[in-house]
Ligand binder design. Sequence first.
Ligand code: DGY
Length: 336
Amino acid sequence: MTDNPTVYVTRTIPEVGLDRLRERFEVVVRDEKLPPTKDHVVSRLAELDAEGLVCLLSDEIDAAVLDASPDLSVVSTFSVGCDHVDLAAASARGIAVGHTPGVLTETTADLAWALLMTCARRTVEGHAYVADDEWETWGPTLLTGPDVHDATLGIIGLGNIGTATARRAAGFDMDVRYSGRSRKPEREDELAEFGIDATYVDRDELLAESDFVSLHVPLTEATAGLVDEAALRRMSEDAILVNTSRGEVVDTDALDAALATGEIARAGLDVTDPEPLPADHPLLRHAPERLVVTPHIGSASTETRNEMAEMVAACTEAGIDGEPLPHSALRDAGME
Ligand code: DGY
């Protein structure tokens, strides 16, 4: 051990971030596949007298964790979403919180489109059909699905990722609608530059009129269960739901029922509730005909994950140095 401040990292992140941290700090990485228990994090922070904590979205960072080491000055999460961090508790203790906004916007929008396209054009089913040796001849109605071009895309939550997802619709001549807490003229202008006339509508109207509904809201008390039984009932029976935000935004039981009764056509989920989704979960009986699930890989491009690692390292450095964080979750939440 050196006299350098100690940073505890709950799971391995890309080497580029760890290398940067190692230049200045004693870095202790918990090299395990599964997340640690909260008690484990608390005891490691205390044993190490850690000044910095690098965590993932699968770690719950509450008051007990924040109080574990008296020297803890910064928590940097390898995610843009901070619903797993008690921001108010961190702010009350003067502990800075870093996160990774911006960098994963385009990558996550790419995945929203991957799910949208795969649900519409049934590529996962197509692969299974071939692999299962069912492909005997070309078929006039084999694996038909809706057109993506000229369809209506409904974006719930026109933030960074919602806007990036909407922007991609320009290549498909889609009609774009969005809903959210308020109209966003600056986002509409941004999209207009790409030839998209994004119309702000009431959420019920968006649900009723969209061929594809893509969710891009952060998880808050207001958005938990936002897509519930009533919302799913409003959607067209040909509609496809895409979720790359947080699993809890969709009521899983309601979605299960909607897929079973054909209230909506299909769903593409990168996030689930529960997460991870166990292989014997009832929802998976719909796959792949009505459901495609990926394991929360929205930001999983090599470039983006490397940049995220650099960002958490930069936030950790700034926090330990007592400098303003380059990407502060408290500032972004208006708590700084
Ligand atoms: C995030 O960062 O919040 C994503 O869900 C994972 O990258």
